[in-house]
Design a protein around this ligand. Sequence first.
Ligand code: DGJ
Length: 722
Amino acid sequence: MTQKIFPEYLSLHSQNTSLVLELPAGEAPIWRYWGPRIRDEAPHDLRGSRPLPSFMLDFDQPLTLAPSFGVGWLGQSALLAHRNGQAFAQAFTQCDVHWEVPAQSVRVVLTDPVVAIELTVHLSMDHSSDVLTLKSSLRNLGETALDVQWLAAGTLLLPAQAQNVRSYAGQHNHEFLLQTDKLSRSLWRRESRRGRTSHDCFPGAVVTTEGTTESMGLVYGAHLAWSGNHQQTIEWLHDAQYQWQVGEWLAPGEGLLAAGATLHTPELVASCSSQGLNGLAANFHAELRARLNWPGGQMRPRPVHLNTWEGFYFDVYPDKVKELATAAAAVGVERFVLDDGWFHGRHHDRAALGDWWPDESKFPQGLGDLVAHVNALGMEFGLWFEPEMINPDSDLYRAHPDWALQLAGRPLITARNQLVLDIARPEVSDYLFEKIDALLSAQPIRYIKWDHNRDLTTAGLHDGAAGYRAQVHAAYALFARIRAAHPEVEIESCSGGGGRIDFGVLRHTHRVWTSDCIDAMSRVGIQRGFLQFFPPEIMGAHVGSARAHTTGRTQSMAFRAAVALPGHLGVELDARILSDADAAELKAWIQMYKDLRDRLHHGHVWQGTIDDGIVWQAHGDVDAAGMASDVLLLVYRTQPTHHRYSPRLPLPMLDTQAHYRVRQLVPAGTVLPTGAHNTAPFFDALNVGDGMTLDGGWLRHAGLPLPRAQAETAFIVQLTRV
Ligand code: DGJ
C-alpha cells in the first residue's frame, strides 16, 4: 500500500488556537495538534514520519480522538464496554465527518460494525474565547444491551512540553485548594464519586508547560460541565506527548445501554493559551459569560446581598429578621436573602427538610408581611431552599419514606441528618416544583439560594439501580422547570458552600456560594482558585463578622470588605449590632462596590503573587493589542513583610507605550495611616486629586511601589490610560 504524504485532515481554528486531526481511511481521526494558532496547511502524515520501534505492534497505532482497545491501543481507552462479557474490544472502522460550521463546529461519527456501536464526537471551537467544547454520544446499534463502564466526554492531546498539572482538592470550608503534580510516565488520575461536583475534587485542571507564569507561557485547561461524578486521567504516551481524558464516572450499571439506546456525555470545556494562567482564565471567563442565561437576557449590576445565615442561623423570627432587613437597607444592601430556618418545623439541622411551607410558629401568616417589609425598604427578597434533600424527621418522610434514595436491605446513611430525595421520580420533582412554585407565585420572591448539603452515598433508585447520573439530570430539569415558570428569578448554586460550582449547573444558575468559609484570609486562596475558571461577577463573596465563624480568626472590616469587593458582594452578619463606626465603614465599602462593580464585572482578571505574602488581582479591559486601558488593582498583604522595603509590583498587562493615571481608592471616611514608617510622599500623592501620572513601561517592568503595610490589609489602586 502506498502511503499518502498529505492525508485528509480536519482542523478547527479560533482567534489564537488551532486543532488538527488526521483522517486516515477506515479509522478514528488521529490526534495531531492542539495549541497556538497555526496556518491551515496540510501536515505530513503521522505514520510516514515515525518509524516503528522495536518489539512493538507491526502497525503504528497513534492516539486517536476515540482511542479504543480493538485497534491495538494499549493506553487508556475512551470507551470501556462489553456485551454480556463479549465485545470488549471496540474498533472504529468507519468515520464520517459532518461540518456544522466550517472550521468551527463538527460532528465526527465513528462506527464499529462488529460490536455494533456508533460514537459521535462533537467538537466545537469558539472563535473569540478560544474555548474548545467536546461531547460524545454512544449509540447501541446491536440487539443486546451494552454495558458501558467509561465513556470519555473527550480525549485531548497535550504536547510533550506539558510539565505540571494544577488541580483543585479541598473540603467543606476550604474549596479550591491548589494541588500541583509533576507529570511523568505514571498515570495521573483524579475522580469523584460523591454525586455532586464536590468540594474535594474539582472536575477540571490546568496543565502548564516549562516556564509558565501567571502571564506567560503555554497552558491548557479542561473542565467537565457536570454536577455529578467525574473522572479525569492524563497519560504519558510513547511519543512523549500525553492524552487527557475527562468524563463522567459511571457507577456500575449506569451505562447499561438497551438495544437502540444512546448514552450522552456531559460537555468537556477546554482551552489553551500562550498567555499563561491569566490568559487561560480569560478564555474560560469569556466562555461562561456567553453561556449564562440571565433573566431579561443580560446581567444587571450585581445587587449587594444580605444573607441571614451567619447572623441568625436557624433563629429567623420575623421581628428580628425585619430589624435585620432595616439595618441592611441602611448600609446599602439591595437583596435580602432569608436563609435556612424559615420552613415548617425547621429550628435546627435535624428536621424538616422537605416540608417547604412557612413554619407556623415563626410565620403564622406566611412570608408575605416580611417580603413586603423588605420590598418597602427597596430591596429584593430571596429565599433559601434545599430541594433535593429530606430529613427522616419531616412530614414528607413520614408520608413517603420510599422517596429517599436508598438500597433495599441496607441501612440509610444520613449526612447532616439528611437523606437525598429521588428527584428522578416524576412525583417527587412534581412535589418540589409545586411547593417552590406556590411560594414564588404567592410573593414577589426574586431569588433562590438553592442548597445541597451532602454527598450522595447509596444512591439507589426505586428499582435498585444506581441513581447518581439520573439525579443530576433530574436536578437540571427541576432548575429549568422553575426558571421557565419564573423567568425573572435568579438562582444561586450553593452546596455547603462551593460543592456545586461547574459550567453544568451554571446553565441554570447565576451565582455560586463560593465557600462557607468567609474568613478573608482563607478567601484570598479560595477565590484565587475559583477565578481560574469562573468570572468574578458570579462569585458570592460576603463580608462576615470580625471573628470568622469557621476559623476563629479576626480581621478588620477593611480587609474583609476589600477581599469580598471584586466578587458579587454580600454581607453575612448581624447588621443590627454593628457599632456606628462599623456600620458607617461597611456602608462606605458597599458604596465603593456600587461605584466599581461595572469595572469589576467584565473584561479580564489578572492574578499574581509576590513572594512576600502579597497576592494581587487586577480587573480591566484590553485593546486589540492585548494592552489594558483602565485597570482596578487590588493588592492583599496576607503576611507581614520579610523586607525592610516593600517589593515592587510589575503590572504585566500595562501598555509600555502609554502613561497611566494612578490613584489610590479608599472608601469615603477612611483615615489612611500617617507617620514616617507608614507612608511616603509617593503614596500621599496617589491620594491627592487625580493621583499621579506614571509611565506604563516603568510600571510594567520596574513595577509599582507598594506601601509598607501590616498583614491582612489591602491596597486598591485605579490605573487609567491617559
Ligand atoms: C450551607 C450553606 O453553604 C450555608 O450558607 C447555609 O445556607 C446553610 N447550608 C444552611 O443550612
